[in-house]
Design a binder for this molecule. Structure first.
Ligand code: FEO
Length: 408
């Protein structure tokens, strides 16, 4: 049974977190392998004469959501529903909530959210489409609605509760996994959680990563981040010990700020030939004081592509190794590369190591794709069959060339 959390975050105004731990999911967006699971966070606020619901849960947890909601308030009393983002991991339970509510609540969202409410659920009535920066007085509080397009969809907005300095971030500030606490008060829990935040950012929002930087800059320039008291995302931990940190972290991942010395090495090796070349490259990296982080596809293992993508933003450089397979790139690397170029397309140097039996294609094909992307192609080294001493010299030289790019 997925665990439900109902936690009071504030006394005045009364503010609750409603969180469910989805430990049943395997593939987020039917794509990203997340054995670590994910949580869906909604929030409920009671102020003078108003009961405001901020988002909901995924449709399959509708029953649990209504039960959790009803333990705090009669759903008929909800006066407003703020829809930050229409992806169904946050909106799936809304149609049932509205039905139980008797369709009395006013729905607040962007114009895009309004269109999606109709497209997804046929909901047209009682929807207020906000202007960017619009402020609404609800109960005894003032809410400022700020659009953050492409963080994650064009419909997405955040809400700033002015008097209490609280940001409702929805996808912004969220991450995968099921943290064993609700907030960032325990540094160890935060440390364990942050790699899942990176994986979430890259796999879910990575295609739009320049908008992460732009939108966070926009929010920062509004002067609301410096003294924010809480950031309440739609997934994972809430941020109230050090709320600024999570937006700084998001901005860093969005910009691809590297950790000094980290080089991501990804390769396939069907029969050990590519592996030989890679071992030489790894040895040279270590000799030069670098820290290779290695993912390999073999007949014994196949890492989750989402985990590989999560390593890209803070890597200084990449080494990609591939076998030629049916006059193409090995299928596992082909798919990894496809997602890498789509979701984690950063300006980082890349060295390619190809291996072939009778005709070298993989290296050339990868080079073509890398040259069309933001990545910076450094060199392609193709090896025929086993790696001979001359190849070793070329590989070591290639690695030093990659390093020179970083240290010039
Ligand atoms: Fe968590 Fe873009 O939905």
């Amino acid at each position: 049974m997925s665990k439900v959390w109902i936690e009071k975050l504030l006394e005045e105004p009364e503010l609750y977190l409603l969180r469910i731990d989805d430990d049943q999911i395997r593939y987020f967006e039917a794509t990203w392998d997340i054995p670590e699971g994910i949580t869906y966070n909604a929030y409920l606020m009671k102020t003078d004469n108003a009961v405001i619901l901020f988002d909901a849960w995924k449709k399959e947890y509708t029953e649990e959501f209504l039960e959790a909601l009803s333990s705090i308030v009669d759903p008929k009393e909800i006066t407003h529903i703020v829809v930050h983002h229409m992806e169904p991991d946050h909106s799936g339970a809304l149609p049932k909530v509205l039905e139980v509510n008797g369709y009395k609540a006013k729905i607040i969202g962007t114009i895009f959210a309004k269109r999606l409410l109709e497209a997804f659920f046929g909901i047209k009535e009682n929807v207020h489409a906000i202007e960017d920066g619009e402020e609404l007085r609800i109960g005894n509080r003032t809410f400022k609605f700020i659009t953050v397009p492409w963080l994650h969809w064009p419909d997405t907005m955040i809400t700033y509760l002015i008097e209490d300095k609280i940001i409702f971030g929805c996808d912004a500030g969220g991450g995968y996994s099921i943290p064993e606490a609700i907030d960032d008060s325990d540094d160890k829990i935060v440390e364990k959680y942050l790699p899942y935040v990176t994986k979430y950012i890259v796999t879910v929002i990575g295609h739009y990563h320049k908008y992460i930087v732009e939108n966070l800059e926009k929010i920062k320039n509004m002067g609301i981040v410096n003294d924010v008291k809480m950031i309440l995302p739609g997934h994972g931990l809430i941020w109230r010990k050090n709320p600024q940190m999570i937006f700084e972290y998001y901005a860093k991942v969005g910009a691809g700020i590297p950790t000094k010395g980290k080089v991501l090495v990804v390769y396939d090796s069907m029969y050990g030939f590519v592996e030989k070349s890679i071992q030489i490259a790894i040895d040279e990296l270590r000799k030069q004081g670098f820290n290779p982080v290695v993912y390999k596809f073999t007949d014994k293992e196949a890492p989750a592509v989402g985990n590989i993508l999560g390593e890209v933003p803070d890597s200084e450089a990449l080494i990609i190794g591939a076998s030629t397979y049916e006059a193409n790139i090995h299928p596992r690397i082909r798919y990894t590369l496809y997602e890498l170029l789509d979701k984690a397309n950063y300006e980082k140097p890349v060295l390619i190591l190809g291996t072939f039996g009778w005709a070298g294609v993989a290296g050339r094909e990868i080079e073509t794709l890398i040259k069309r992307s933001k990545f910076d192609h450094v060199d392609t080294i193709e090896v025929k069959g086993q790696t001979i001493p001359e190849d070793e010299v070329r590989i070591r030289k290639g690695v030093r060339k990659l390093i020179q790019k970083l240290r010039k």
